[in-house]
Design a binder for this molecule. Structure first.
Ligand code: NAD
Ligand code: DAU
Length: 334
């Protein structure tokens, strides 16, 4: 089977490539990645000679068309992925997430190629802290940020291509991922690398916002389960019942790294900050038989801390520019 992985030099895409090459000897991988600030071939070190790497833009039809024509399956991870960046400048989000997805859909339609679309739980908006409900496949779309609205738009394009053109596509909407090779702009790696640098972790607002954490390998196993067994045209939610508020995550990181658990700063809150995400993944579990392998968030977090300790050469080049960008908009408030 030939798989085209877009965004395969980013966080989740590179972990997907490592997992695939380690567990599926019958799969040939081609990665298409623009190598934006968020992508690096260092994330593919150790496997780069076992795949075909193409540097290019998913919104460039001339690049995309022949790659899709040569694939059996397209797994579309490439995106602008960070909410804070989308508040500063939404334009690359519209181009990559909407035009990029449109370009891939047109190519997969032309060549009748199986397509899997990677999306996020953020398309559903947010939940109140005390809401007993979680997101399901039937929750109405209600995105809050420029990032999540472009992801919601991309999902709707996929649904329209399935219904109007019979595209052989599935969609997955996953909750917050953690694990190795995540850019230091994101919450968990930012705090781990701050502590390694002797800097106090930075919590937005009161830190009571809840995210539903899942290990990146559990996400990617679920993606393969959907490619193998998913029903064409369907959407599957991916989550591992990992709800924790941000303050508790920071306290856990500090504790695991041998620091005082309250040695963090509160900084300016994110505009429009979603309060809580929570996934009900019953359909994926009961209909497709998937279940997560990482049962303890604390153990997964400890392993992730170890990865950042041991791979400073991977994250160091991103760190100063990331903190300089945050320093322009975020001030310590307590
Ligand atoms: P990331 O920012 O780490 O990686 C994105 C990758 O896409 C990078 O390698 C980048 O170079 C590449 N890219 C960006 N624009 C491109 C373009 N125009 N053409 C080709 N390549 C381009 O993102 P991530 O966290 O790995 O997220 C991957 C996907 O998973 C995204 O679609 C995101 O919406 C989705 N998702 C992420 C999470 C999460 O917690 N990180 C959760 C659910 C869903
Ligand atoms: O839910 C899935 C989404 O998870 C994905 O679609 C996105 O691509 C991914 O970036 C992530 O979005 P979040 O906005 O939830 O992730 P982020 O890592 O930016 O922030 C997680 C929480 O931590 C959020 O409530 C904001 C807060 N935060 C973030 C940073 C960077 C802090 O308190 N301090 C920080 O320094």
């Amino acid at each position: 089977m030939k798989v085209l992985v877009t965004g395969g030099a980013g966080f989740i895409g590179s972990n997907f490539v490592h997992l695939t090459l380690a567990t599926r000897p019958d799969v040939q991988v081609t990665v298409l990645d623009a190598l934006t600030y968020a992508g690096s071939t260092d994330s593919l070190s150790g496997v780069v000679d076992r795949l075909t790497f193409v540097e290019g833009d998913v919104a460039d039809a001339a690049v995309v068309d022949p790659l899709v024509a040569d694939a059996d399956v397209v797994v579309h991870f490439a995106a602008e992925s960070h909410n804070d960046n989308s508040l500063e400048d939404p334009s690359p989000f519209v181009r990559t997430n909407l035009i990029g997805t449109f370009t891939l859909l047109e190519a997969t339609r032309r060549h009748d190629v199986r397509y899997h679309h990677i999306s996020t739980d953020e398309v559903y908006g947010d939940l109140e802290l005390d809401d007993p409900k979680k997101f399901t496949e039937d929750t109405p779309y209600n995105p809050s940020s420029p990032y999540s609205s472009t992801k919601a738009g991309s999902d709707l394009l996929v649904r329209a291509w399935v219904r109007s053109f019979g595209l052989r596509a599935t969609i997955s909407n996953c909750s917050n991922n953690y694990g190795p090779r995540q850019h230091v702009e994101k919450f968990i790696p930012r705090q781990i690398t701050n502590v390694l640098d002797g800097v106090r972790p930075k919590l937005y607002g009161a830190g009571l916002n809840v995210r539903d954490w899942i290990h990146v390998d559990d996400h990617n196993e679920a993606v393969w389960t959907i490619i193998d067994k998913g029903v064409i045209g369907e959407t599957y939610l991916i989550g591992a019942d990992g709800e924790v508020n941000n303050r508790d995550v920071v306290r856990m990181i500090l504790e695991l790294m041998g620091q005082e658990p309250d040695a963090y700063d509160h900084v300016t809150d994110r505009a429009g900050h979603d309060m809580r995400y929570a996934i009900e993944a019953g359909r994926l579990r009961s209909e497709l038989g998937w279940s997560p392998r990482y049962e303890s968030f604390r153990d997964g977090l400890a392993a992730t801390i170890e990865w950042y300790r041991e791979n400073e050469a991977w994250w160091r080049p991103q760190k100063d520019a990331t903190e300089a960008r945050y320093a322009r908009t975020q001030k310590v408030v307590a």
